[in-house]
Design a binder for this molecule. Structure first.
Ligand code: AMP
Length: 396
């Protein structure tokens, strides 16, 4: 039986079809809402193909996906699909685990209010329910894995009523990725997840770290929204909150303009003035560009400080786990981060680090007190696993 994984972005639809553990097809519809949407699809063992067409909304994109899964002979009837798993960025305070889509999920108003940009995840669920009404659907929340955080970690020091009335607290994101790489790290270390402490570093265009104690997340760097934490592609990460009001006054910016500035124009792009893509910044740093060099230092420093803090709260760390675009593919940034952690007994094997690009590998030197692992993340695979687990649980 097949599991279909759907990930709706603001103007995109990404999907992956799994047969048992194997990915048999995937696709991406970009520029949804325009006359020139691009639909790229890949069937295992075949050449990738791309089409340009008008795709007015996500419902049409899902219809298109189903049509081509049929044409490619992968899904002949909707019943071939055992279940649909949806990536949902924000689950709000009420979901501590992935969940079968029911009225509770569909009417999760608090999560919609907290993450207006991710309402589209819920729109995707509605469209899939319409087109595949008989198939069970599962929501896999990016926030769920972090729900084990204790109150002392998720409470902001604001007047308490903002927590009780508006549910303002730390939620954290990238939970599916943190969960996958932490479980995989345990397998690679030949231990059960309950016996180890790890710090997972999901470093991509959006980045977050998680402190995972005996399999449970006890803290993470993103907050109410994905804006908090370490320096990211275009997001500032942690800044003095007073900067917000200062900028509003000094530059005459509205709330929406400051939000846009902090989410879209800051981070690696803001400091370097070059790009949000770290590859470009590394290239320019190599040519002696001072701002590019500074940007790399600011980035690594922001990550080192979180590692130090998480080392302290975990009471000992078995492994650092690097994942996502930068974590998997940039030996240079991994070295920059690890070189500042000698005080914790972190020792990188420079040769192994250099050779490890987008593959699963241990890159610490002999005698390192903390192991260093690179584990490519598999969020779609994890969503498929979660979907299977939830529907089997529901059948019991
Ligand atoms: P992700 O969001 O996980 O897809 O990561 C995308 C980001 O990873 C890009 O914006 C780049 O900044 C970064 N990236 C990808 N490949 C490399 C590389 N070889 N070196 C440095 N950064 C990279």
């Amino acid at each position: 039986m097949l599991i279909l994984v759907i990930n709706c972005g603001s103007s995109s639809l990404k999907y992956t079809l799994f047969k048992h553990e194997q990915e048999i097809a995937s696709g991406l519809v970009e520029r949804i809402g325009t006359e020139t949407a691009v639909y790229t699809r890949q069937v295992r063992g075949k050449k990738q193909s791309a089409l340009t067409m008008s795709v007015p909304n996500h419902e049409r994109a899902i219809r298109l996906m189903m049509e081509y899964l049929g044409r490619d002979n992968l899904v002949r009837r909707p019943e071939d699909i055992e279940a649909v798993g949806h990536r949902v960025a924000h689950g709000g305070p009420n979901f501590t685990d992935s969940a079968l889509v029911d009225e509770r999920v569909r009417n999760n108003q608090i999560a919609r209010d907290l993450a207006p940009l991710h309402q589209v995840n819920y729109d995707g669920i509605e469209a899939a329910l319409k087109l595949l009404p008989q198939q069970p659907q599962v929501a896999v929340f990016d926030t769920a894995f972090h729900q084990t955080m204790p109150a002392k970690a998720y409470t902001y020091a604001l007047p308490y009523r903002f927590f009780t009335e508006l549910k303002i607290r730390k939620y954290g994101f990238h939970g599916t990725s943190h969960k996958y790489v932490s479980l995989r790290a345990a397998q690679l270390l030949k231990k059960t997840a309950r016996r180890i402490n790890v710090i997972t570093l999901h470093l991509g265009n959006g980045s977050s770290l998680a402190a995972i104690q005996k399999g449970k997340c006890i803290d993470t760097s993103m907050g109410l929204t994905p804006l908090a934490g370490v320096v990211m592609g275009t997001r500032s990460g942690d800044i003095d909150p007073a900067i917000v009001t200062y900028l509003m006054e000094k530059e005459g910016l509205s709330a929406a303009e400051v939000e846009n500035l902090l989410n879209k124009k800051s981070g690696i792009l803001g400091v370097s003035g070059i790009s949000n893509d770290l590859r470009e910044v590394i290239k320019q740093a190599g040519k002696g560009n001072a701002r590019a060099k500074l940007c790399l230092q600011v980035l690594a420093y922001s990550i080192q400080k979180y590692i130090g803090a998480y080392h302290a709260i975990l009471g000992g760390v078995d492994a650092l786990v690097f994942t996502a675009g930068i974590g998997e593919k940039s030996p240079m940034v991994r070295k920059l981060i690890c070189d500042g952690l000698q005080g914790l007994g972190v020792k990188l094997d420079v040769g192994k680090n250099r050779k490890t690009i987008a593959q699963e590998k241990a890159i610490h030197a002999a005698g390192s007190k903390i192991k260093i692992l690179v584990i490519p993340t598999r969020e779609e695979y994890m969503i498929a696993q979660e979907t299977r687990r939830i529907i089997h649980k529901a059948k019991k």
